[in-house]
Design a protein around this ligand. Structure first.
Ligand code: GLN
Ligand code: ZN
Length: 741
């Protein structure tokens, strides 16, 4: 029996976010474990039914929160502090995910270069792995009970260890490999007894650069697992990029099949002699974007690989976790819709490709593989502008000149205080937004409520004594969605939810054509705010890279071109803000590092266009206009050069939790605002603690270039914390300022 056609994974939150709702109801005590399990079972059954046309159907792709945490629990590595709580297995699991009774949650971190986040395993020299659970076995049985034989999917042992963090300085979790592989051996034995024919093991860590020692760990792991007598057949995948050297290592092992991502890495080399007696599972349908596949091209690619492996089968390029469920649920512009495929439509594409590859194209193929799709929205003006760009469009006057002009105009004190943009999104704000969406209030009433909110936020900031104010962003549900709704070339969806982490989902906008700005997007809010105060109010924009990172992007032109179009829209917005009297403009780029390619060799080209897009957006600003940017992290590491190249006058970053360590040895040439208030925590920072942080910071950065601000926006916090925290922040800045004189 062959694998035929398959997918590497599937969404699990439910087409209408059923799992989110059930899990949150369970957390708040509204439903019990049995009811939660019932919802989970229904969702799994529905997934298997939806995948029924595939030749090989995965299982264990479901998760109550995260597949990495599932693996941690499966192999008995849940940290002691959660087990000490004495809770049920399910509640221990959720405690590790969310924290409980003083036991801090596991750290949440980005999953490769996607918008998914996983819970970081905490491992130490004493960690002992053992098969402590039976989730993959139970899900296999459950599917079989429904008449569906499945292929359990496991996170691979090497990737698991590479994603973990050590509880002991100097210890490398990969040292635990042999013990973990033994636990996988036991699991494979159990699955064999169940009658499982194929098991999929995911090793996406090898789509990134890996050291020789790490590659050797892969070799050892699959020598052991591949060499096991009487085991299920193994499909090892490595998606999100090119497996590089790891491909050869897997090909040399005794595993039966290797799965590769031929969308992220169309040129990946998969024709090594050792593949001759193996199955190549070719990921040809994009698992991370929402466009219909070019079935003719995919079929030609699959056919071209036929000689290099014993067998070639078709799959999604990665798990489909990163795309919405079903296009059928949407009402969209027909020209856009005709170009789209969500998870369910992608499964159909894979089925068709599999059939065409084996038995030749038939009638259904001819119908569905047609290529006369509507063309993307075209805007000749924006295209001509991008074409005619010159280097000077990306550069401003030298920093010293700008700094002098801005100081002259703004007259700010040293250690200027500000915030990152948003103020708490209160229930009132959210209710007003819901009401206008349902047409229960008019646009005018909505505008009035937002202006009232802005006036309140300005008053509060005046009263607290901040130096540079913000309007508070009440009108923004989300910092990307807001701009997507105001730009041409974007569309939103109604049910296009994608899991970000746990029960948290996002609904990325789709960039379907050329981008342009029909009218100003933020000017009315910012100028209203500025009209209420003599202090400078920052205009607040989301940067081009972040807008791309949190959207589904076009795949018919380079990302750099789309970024340039978005940048031009922002550039025009900045010009309008300036004309309306706004003197400081912040362009947030929290996702700059997020999109950084996994492989070092691809990074320079990425940084070139992404930094270029930011500069294109901002370099039209006058010398006397102060450009700020904000990044949501402090580990600059590999991107420090790029951040400096953004050439912003002021860069605000996260630093409170790392106690200003970031500033050590950092020779940042322009203004910098290392956060002194950790907004991820509900704690109000004490004035003395903030003084200590600022005192630390002034050792590294001269007062005129040092800004005092929180780590990030305040929208997820409540006023009960925010107001005292900001008062302490201002009082602390004043104290240190007095000492400076
Ligand atoms: N200006 C945004 C805010 O304050 C920035 C958010 C972010 O960095 N993620 O909410
Ligand atoms: Zn931030």
């Amino acid at each position: 029996m062959t694998i035929g056609s398959t997918v590497f994974g599937y969404p699990r939150i439910g087409p209408k976010r059923e799992l989110k709702r059930a899990v949150e109801q369970y957390w708040s005590g509204k439903i019990d474990e049995a009811a939660l399990e019932q919802t989970a079972r229904e969702l799994r059954a529905r997934t298997w039914a939806e995948l029924s046309e595939l030749d090989s159907i995965p299982s264990n792709t479901f998760s109550f929160y995260d597949q990495v945490l599932d693996t941690t629990q499966l192999f008995g590595a849940v940290p002691q502090r959660f087990r000490d709580l004495g809770l049920s297995e399910l509640d221990t699991y959720f405690a590790a995910a969310r924290g409980r009774d003083g036991a801090a949650a596991l750290e949440l971190t980005k999953w490769f270069d996607t918008n998914y986040h996983y819970l970081v395993p905490e491992l130490g020299p004493d960690t002992e792995f053992r098969l402590a659970g039976d989730k993959p076995i139970a899900e296999y049985r459950e599917a079989l009970g429904l008449g569906v034989p499945t292929r359990p999917v496991l996170l691979g042992p090497v990737t698991y260890l590479l994603l973990a963090k050590s509880t002991v300085p100097g210890f490398e979790p990969i040292a635990l490999l042999d013990g973990l592989v033994e636990a996988y051996v036991e699991l494979l034995g159990r699955l064999r007894v169940e009658g499982v024919e194929w098991v999929q093991i995911d090793e996406p860590a090898f789509a990134a650069d890996r050291s020789p020692a790490e590659l050797d760990a892969l070799r050892r792991a699959y020598r052991t697992l591949g060499g096991l007598p009487g085991r299920p057949k193994l499909l090892v995948t490595g998606y999100y990029g090119d497996l590089g050297e790891a491909f050869g290592i897997l090909a040399e092992s005794q595993v039966e099949a290797i799965g590769v991502d031929l969308v992220s890495a169309p040129d990946a080399s998969v024709t090594v002699p050792a593949m001759r007696d193996k199955i190549l599972v070719a990921g040809l349908v994009d698992g991370r974007n929402v466009w219909r596949a070019d079935l003719h091209a995919a079929l030609a690619k699959a056919a071209s690989l036929l000689g290099s492996a014993r067998e070639v089968v078709v799959s999604s390029s990665s798990t489909l976790l990163h795309v919405p469920y079903d296009l059928e649920a949407e009402t969209l512009d027909p020209d856009v819709r005709a170009r789209l495929a969500f998870a369910r439509q992608k499964v159909r594409e894979i089925v068709l490709l599999g059939q065409a590859l084996r038995t030749g194209a038939d009638g259904a193929w001819a119908d569905e593989a047609r290529r006369d799709l509507p063309q993307p929205r075209r805007d000749d003006d924006v295209r001509a502008r991008v074409e005619s760009l010159k280097p000077e469009h990306r550069s401003r006057a030298p920093y010293p000149e700008r700094a002098a002009a801005q100081q002259e105009r703004l007259g700010l004190p040293p250690l200027a205080t500000t915030t990152i943009g948003s103020f708490p999104q209160t229930g009132d704000i959210r209710r007003a937004r819901a009401a206008v969406r349902r047409a229960e209030i008019t646009e005018d009433e909505y505008g009035q409520r937002m202006r009232d909110e802005i006036a309140r936020v300005i008053d509060l900031q005046e009263d607290i004594g901040l130096d540079v104010l913000v309007h508070g962003e009440p009108e923004r549900n989300d910092m990307v969605q807001y701009f997507a709704e105001h730009l041409e070339g974007f569309t939103g969806t109604e049910f296009g939810w994608v899991q970000s982490y746990g029960s948290r989902c996002v609904r990325p906008p789709i960039i379907h054509g050329d981008v342009s700005r029909p009218e100003p997007m933020t000017v009315a809010w910012s100028t209203y705010a500025q009209s209420l105060t003599a202090k400078p109010v920052k205009g607040m924009l989301t940067g081009p890279v972040t807008i791309l990172a949190w959207s589904f992007v076009r795949d018919d032109q380079p990302l750099a071109d789309t970024a340039a179009q978005v940048a031009l829209a922002l550039r025009d917005e900045i010009r309008d803000l300036e004309a309306a009297g706004i003197r400081i403009i912040q362009v947030d780029e929290p996702a700059l590092r997020e999109l950084l390619p996994l492989r070092h060799k691809d990074q320079a080209a990425y940084l070139e266009w992404s930094v270029g897009a930011f500069r294109l957006a901002t370099a039209g600003a006058a010398t006397g206009t102060q450009v700020h940017t904000h990044l949501c992290y402090s580990e600059f590491g590999e991107v420090i050069g790029a951040i400096s190249d953004l050439d912003a006058d002021v860069t605000t970053i996260e630093a409170a939790r790392s106690k200003m360590e970031i500033l050590e040895g950092l020779d940042f040439p322009r203004g910098i605002g290392p956060g002194v208030y950790d907004i991820h925590s509900p704690l109000v920072p004490a004035e003395d603690d903030v003084v200590a942080l600022i005192t630390e910071a002034v050792r590294a950065v001269p007062g005129e270039r040092l800004w005092i601000n929180p780590d990030c926006g305040l929208k997820t916090r409540g006023y009960a914390e925010v107001e005292p925290a900001l008062r302490n922040l201002v009082a602390a800045a004043n104290r240190v300022r007095a000492d400076l004189r």
